[in-house]
Design a protein around this ligand. Structure first.
Ligand code: ARG
Length: 588
């Protein structure tokens, strides 16, 4: 279905044409000054140059030509040549009825759906998920859902970090602690045990210890590097350990992501890209893309227009070892081969910006990626504590995601029990649902590239620009609808009529923008635009609700119009939060 802005633009185009001006100047936008008008057209200013006429004269000509149309309730020309408009109540209500009948509620579906791969999450095996991984998961999940809502094929890949030195570190530390394990016996030929020689708790304790030691002890570090090398060469005992580490770790990661309602289509890992490396390196050399520089193999990626130095992309170190870059390039090769995506979006900490510039340039230059495949880096800012420094525990350590979730849920539980509208046995489940909205909305309502302050008190508040406020509003609508049903009403019948109050018209205008907001938010990969929209919608709803007695309305036609509008508001809110990655409970 056409969006409301397009419909209004069509109407204004008629005015421009009739008055003798080109219809291309008729573009209508939402008003910058909602106090003065609902929509505006600034085309008279541009037309003034073409027609060598004062913009105000043109605006007035167009307005005269619009006389008698049934879309505009009022229209006026304002200096220097703005055309300010309000649309008729019937036009808005017609639009809302059409929107309600549309299965996508007016969200335009992609004509040629794209295959878009999303590289997000990016946790590292055997290290606990920490808050740094939270943003990638939350933002990536939302973009994936937004893409699906506009009709694209989205493939989410967790791209596990399983190939680096961390594996060698863990193996080395295990060997120090339990040298008797069969994995370390060189002449061992039997089967390796099916059970892992550690729990996830032990694994998570081992990694930081090993990492700490390697920073202080050169010999230890050398051992860890050697173990990494051996693993990569296929040492059977180390491979068996690696498999255990993977199983134990991935189970734990899946449990954590499930709590966040984040799910991946692919659980690919850095090691999956390794088989592509030898051929890729050969190709880069043969075709003259890569050259040797002080023993290392590099691809130059600087460009003439660069204003800052972009160092070459290193493919192999002087000892022949591959790097993070090599893996990312090989992953691109793999993705092209297996999925042939139209776009790959990386949702990664913005501090990796330069790194991705190098990788993308190298992939393009060496044609590892098709010319019409877009590579997008979506860098996000840091999640800070109230002190403005990267978020830490009260003791100053790295906050584990798990503990953060628990803390938020406890906070939410207190509030929900205080409210007394939820039964004790449901309170924990409800706290989890609402707690998740607090975390996700708190994150997503900021522009992704900016740093933000994670403020538990603010995020869990039922008032203000928060997830719980949006859910509270949704629950409020659901409970009105339930009461209406209990009194014998049918929420599926009725037509939305023209607004009878200013607050109702404001709510209707807000609802009518839904489709455009979603399409635009996806185009700009900007979940914060959905947050800003639903916050405004929730405010418009609450204003309307405070002024309107719905359940006691005697005029049944009027009442069912409002009920239908409530249903539409509920659906818009629920679809929106679903795209943000959370959902509303029945009560809270
Ligand atoms: N594992 C990496 C980290 O923790 C993030 C991976 C991001 N994705 C990628 N394709 N490099 O920093």
């Amino acid at each position: 279905m056409d969006r409301i802005l397009e419909k209004i633009t069509e109407e204004i185009e008629k005015g421009f044409t009739k008055a003798g001006y080109d219809a291309k100047y008729a573009k209508v936008t939402l008003s910058n000054r909602p106090d003065l008008c609902e929509y505006q057209c600034n085309g008279a200013m541009a037309a003034a140059k073409a027609y060598k006429k004062a913009p105000l004269m043109i605006a007035n000509d167009v307005i005269a030509a619009l006389e008698g149309n049934d879309v505009l309730e009022s229209v006026e020309a304002v200096n220097p040549g703005f055309i300010n408009m309000k649309i008729t109540k019937a036009f808005v209500s017609d639009y809302l009825n059409a929107m309600q009948a549309d299965e996508f509620l007016g969200v335009e579906q992609a004509e040629a759906p794209k295959t878009i791969m999303l590289d997000y999450g990016g946790p590292n095996v055997a290290k606990p998920l920490h808050v740094g991984h939270l943003r990638s998961a939350v933002i990536g999940e939302s973009i994936k859902r937004m893409g699906r809502a506009v009709g694209h094929k989205m493939i989410g890949d967790v791209h596990l970090g399983d190939w680096g030195l961390q594996m060698g570190l863990i193996i080395t530390e295990l060997k120090e602690r339990k040298p008797e394990l069969v994995y370390f016996q060189e002449d061992y030929t039997g089967e390796y045990p099916a059970e892992a020689p550690f729990t996830i708790g032990e694994l998570e304790e081992i990694y930081p210890v090993a990492s700490g030691k390697s920073k202080e002890d050169e010999a230890y570090k050398a051992k860890a590097m050697e173990a990494t090398h051996q693993l990569q060469q296929g040492n059977p005992g180390y491979m068996a350990l690696w498999n255990h580490i993977m199983t134990v770790s991935v189970n734990d990661l899946k449990r954590n992501y499930a709590r966040l309602d984040v799910s991946f289509d692919l659980w690919k890992k850095e090691s999956d890209a390794q088989p592509y490396i030898p051929e890729m390196v050969d190709y880069l050399k043969k075709n003259g893309y890569a050259h040797e520089d002080q023993g290392a193999l590099v691809v130059d990626v600087k460009e003439e227009t660069d204003t800052k130095e972009i160092p070459p992309c290193m493919i192999l170190k002087s000892d022949g070892a591959s790097l993070y870059n090599t893996t990312d390039l090989a992953t691109i090769v793999e993705r092209m081969k297996l999925f042939h995506p139209d776009e790959i979006i990386y949702v990664v900490d913005k501090r990796q910006d330069l790194y991705f510039t190098q990788v993308f340039r190298c992939a393009r230059k060496a044609r590892l990626v098709d010319e019409d495949t877009t590579l997008t880096f979506l860098g996000f800012g840091t999640m800070n504590g109230k002190d403005g420094k990267p978020f830490k525990t009260r003791e100053g350590g790295v906050m584990r995601l798990e503990n953060l979730l628990n803390e938020i849920n406890e906070e939410m539980y207190k509030k929900i029990v205080d409210n007394r509208s939820v039964k004790e046995e449901d309170a924990h489940k409800t706290s989890e649902i609402v707690g998740l909205s607090a975390i996700k909305y708190g994150d997503l309502s900021n522009q992704a590239s900016k740093d933000y302050v994670f403020d538990v008190d603010r995020f869990t508040s039922f008032e203000g620009d928060t997830g719980p406020y949006i859910l509270y509003t949704t629950v409020r609508i659901k409970s009105i609808l339930n009461r209406f049903k209990e009194e014998g009403g049918d929420i599926e019948v009725g037509t939305i009529l023209g607004a009878v109050s200013d607050s109702e018209k404001a709510l209707m205008l807000s609802l009518s923008q839904y489709g455009a907001v979603i399409n635009n938010a996806f185009d700009e990969k900007a979940p914060h635009k959905i947050c800003a929209y639903i916050y405004e919608l929730a405010n418009a709803f609450n204003r309307f609700y405070h002024e309107t007695k719905i359940l006691s309305e005697e005029n049944k036609e009027q009442q069912s119009s409002w009920i239908r509008m409530l249903v539409l508001t509920r659906d818009v809110l629920e679809h929106s939060v679903q795209m943000l990655g959370f959902s509303a409970p029945e009560k809270m």
